[in-house]
Ligand binder design. Sequence first.
Ligand code: HEM
Length: 134
Amino acid sequence: MVSMESSSSHLYERLGGEIGIERLVGRFYERVQADEHLAPFFEHVPMGRLKMMQKEFFSEAVGGPLYYTGRSLRQVHAGRGIRKEDLRRFTGHLVATLKEAEKELGISPQETHAIYSRIAIEADRITDDVTESA
Ligand code: HEM
C-alpha cells in the first residue's frame, strides 16, 4: 500500500467519494462492454463483484480511503488470452471515461494523468502475449 499526500485524498472527494467512483467505474464498463472486441472477455463474469473490486482499485489509485482487497492481478488475468491490443483498447476507454469526468468535475489533466498512470502501471501483469501485436 502506497501512502499519498493529502492532495490525493482531496481528489477522492472531488471525484464524488465512494458513490462518485462507483459511477465512474460503471461508465467505464459501459464503454468496455459496448466494445465488440472486449465484450467477449466479460461475458461470463460476475460484473457486480468486478465493479466493486474496481471501485476499490480506483479508490486506492487516488490515495484511499478505500483500498483494494481483491485477488492478485496476475492471477486474475492469466490464461484469458488478453493481448496488448486488448489492453490498449481497455486503457483507451479508461482515458475517455476520465476525460469526461475531468470536464464534469473540474479534475485537472494532471490529476487525470496521475490516475491513469497508477492503473496503467499494472499493464505487464495483465497480458498473456510477450510481443507487441499489430
Ligand atoms: C491495467 C489494466 C487492468 C487493471 C488494473 C485491471 C484490474 C482488474 C481488477 C481489480 C479486477 C478484479 C479482480 C478480483 O475480482 O479480485 C479485474 C478483473 C477482471 N479483468 Fe481486469 N484489469 C485490467 C485490464 C483488463 C483487460 C485488458 C481485460 C480484458 C480485455 C480484463 C479482464 C478482466 C476480467 C475478465 C476480469 C474478471 C475476472 C473474474 O472475476 O472472473 N482486465 N481486473
